[in-house]
Design a binder for this molecule. Structure first.
Ligand SMILES: *[C@@H]1O[C@H](CO)[C@@H](O)[C@H](O)[C@H]1NC(C)=O
Ligand SMILES: *[C@@H]1O[C@H](CO)[C@@H](O)[C@H](O)[C@H]1NC(C)=O
Ligand SMILES: *[C@@H]1O[C@H](CO)[C@@H](O)[C@H](O)[C@H]1NC(C)=O
Ligand SMILES: *[C@@H]1O[C@H](CO)[C@@H](O)[C@H](O)[C@H]1NC(C)=O
Ligand SMILES: *[C@@H]1O[C@H](CO)[C@@H](O)[C@H](O)[C@H]1NC(C)=O
Length: 455
């Protein structure tokens, strides 16, 4: 009798083990990835924001119900930055992975720090600080790893310069190459002999974002006051190879994605003096040369809604199952929608209403990342106490991660889940998600599927 019970028990245990093994196998058969979302509010000690730090919330694709890990940037990362620069890093505003997705580049907009984190074990490896500009200010609004894998181009916003880190991702060697700095004010002149910053046509050259290509090796530096520079990021100092004024490119763009033979760039609002702006430009991939006249090659204006209460911010490109770029997504922080444009026709083909699923009264979408197999998209949703962008456009009701289920190869999507995060100070949630990016964690993420799987 006793024996039978034991046998049954063993059988049951075996069945459970087999079940677990099958589940584990199934999990390994599909693409797995992590979503890194950054709360740009300071680290909290419970009763106060401590004045620096912030948090990276890391979600696993197979369980998005809550972050699997929260990295406190107020600890080792701040210690490293303080050790290297004598100052703590403040306001982690952007996080962008390198191409191999082995390292994250975190830009601290308020203090001007750029931090490199090894993704696999979350180790902070290197920390730099941008140099002060003409007015004594420095920032690091965004640092984008370059498509050729050799640099990070940093937009030192209020310092009005582009700065560069030279990197070797494999050997983990990182150098702030100060000789590569390109100042965008003062005696800076363009290849056509114009002043880089000029009150008439490029009135405020604070660089915002630096999306770039690997072929050709150029970065697109959007400017706070409108206009844009395409720069050869391999030269020292980095060199302007195309100059645009504010008649051709609007203000304050941050959202740029290369796709096929194009680079999509937007122009947005979100500042007190320029609350609303909504433009999408399609630049050609090739054709940049210092010998060209100004505003050449000319971008195609895909969307232009300058007067509506709209604020374009962030961007994504969606692909068909063969991997060809098919749709361009332009989130609108103010109107709580994502406008979908056909890349073939340059037409608006759909508007995703983020309020339609009734998960948030005011989602306030900011930056967006698409899963490698394109079953889901992830969007940061701003909080009630926003720390960047004018509060009129950047105040949101549900600080956290918005999970979208992608439909029809990206022509449509619906907001499926909102996972709120918290950063409590005396019981008040001060979390302010802004940056987001993702990285595959197994080798099954090579194919765009376009059939959504259950999360
Ligand atoms: C939080 O509460 C403590 C204790 O009442 C108080 O000392 C502190 O100032 C409060 N913090 C903030 C940010 O109001
Ligand atoms: C929390 O941080 C504030 C501001 O830095 C500081 O004044 C306070 O003493 C800290 N409280 C604790 C419990 O560490
Ligand atoms: C431009 O100004 C900078 C900063 O004042 C100075 O270092 C540089 O030599 C100047 N360049 C030229 C060509 O005058
Ligand atoms: C370009 O900037 C100047 C200076 O701010 C401004 O007067 C002009 O209206 C702007 N042009 C456009 C097309 O926005
Ligand atoms: C959202 O709420 C509106 C108004 O109550 C309702 O008409 C609509 O069906 C709801 N949508 C969903 C997806 O529940």
């Amino acid at each position: 009798m006793k024996r039978t019970t034991e046998n049954r028990f063993i059988l049951l245990a075996l069945a459970l083990l087999l079940g677990a093994a099958t589940c584990a196998l199934a999990e390994h058969a599909i693409c797995q990835y992590e979503v890194w979302l950054v709360d740009q509010a300071d680290t909290s000690n419970g009763t106060s924001l401590i004045g620096y730090g912030g948090y990276v919330h890391i979600f696993k694709s197979y369980d998005l119900s809550q972050p699997a890990q929260v990295v406190d940037l107020g600890k080792e990362a701040s210690q490293l930055c303080f050790e290297k620069t004598g100052a703590n890093p403040v306001r982690p505003h952007m996080l962008v992975f390198n191409k191999a997705r082995t390292h994250a580049v975190v830009s601290f907009v308020a203090s001007g720090h750029v931090l490199i984190i090894r993704a696999e074990d979350r180790t902070p490896l290197a920390c730099f600080r941008t140099t002060a500009g003409f007015n004594g200010f420095r920032q690091a609004h965004a640092g984008f790893p370059t498509g050729d894998n050799r640099y990070v181009v940093v937009a030192n916003q209020n310092g009005k310069k582009l700065e560069r880190l030279n990197v070797d991702w494999e050997k983990e060697v990182f150098t702030h190459d100060v000789d590569a700095t390109l100042s965008l004010y003062g005696n800076c002149t363009t290849p056509n002999g114009a002043r880089c910053e000029d009150p008439a046509f490029r009135p405020d050259n604070a660089p915002i974002c630096t999306p770039n290509l690997g072929d050709p090796k150029v970065a697109f530096a959007t400017l706070r006051g409108g206009g844009l520079f395409v720069v050869d990021y391999t030269k020292s100092p980095m060199a302007i190879v195309a100059e645009y004024d504010n008649t051709t490119v609007g203000a304050n763009g941050c959202g740029g994605v290369g796709a096929g033979n194009n680079m999509f760039i937007n122009s947005g609002g979100g500042t007190a003096t320029n609350l609303y702006n909504f433009q999408v430009y399609k630049f050609p991939r090739y054709g940049y040369s210092a010998k060209n006249p100004v505003n050449t090659p000319r971008p195609k204006v895909v969307a232009n809604d300058p007067d509506g209460p709209r604020d374009a911010h962030g961007a994504a490109v969606l692909r068909d199952t063969k991997g060809h770029p098919k749709y361009f997504w332009q989130p609108d922080r103010y109107s709580n929608v994502i406008d979908v444009y056909s890349i073939d026709s340059d037409r608006l083909v759909h508007r995703i209403d983020l309020r339609a699923s009734n998960l948030s009264a005011d989602p306030t979408p900011d930056l967006v990342a698409v899963s490698p197999i394109q079953d889901h998209a992830f969007i940061t949703l701003r909080g009630p106490v926003p720390l960047s962008g004018d509060p009129h456009v950047s105040t949101g009701a549900t600080p956290g991660l918005g999970v979208l289920v992608i439909q029809a190869e990206g022509r449509k999507a619906r907001l499926h889940k909102v996972i709120t995060i918290s950063n409590l100070v005396n019981g008040t949630n001060r979390a302010d998600p802004h940056a987001i990016d993702l990285r595959p964690t197994n080798t099954k993420c090579t194919q765009v599927l376009n059939t959504h799987r259950r999360l």
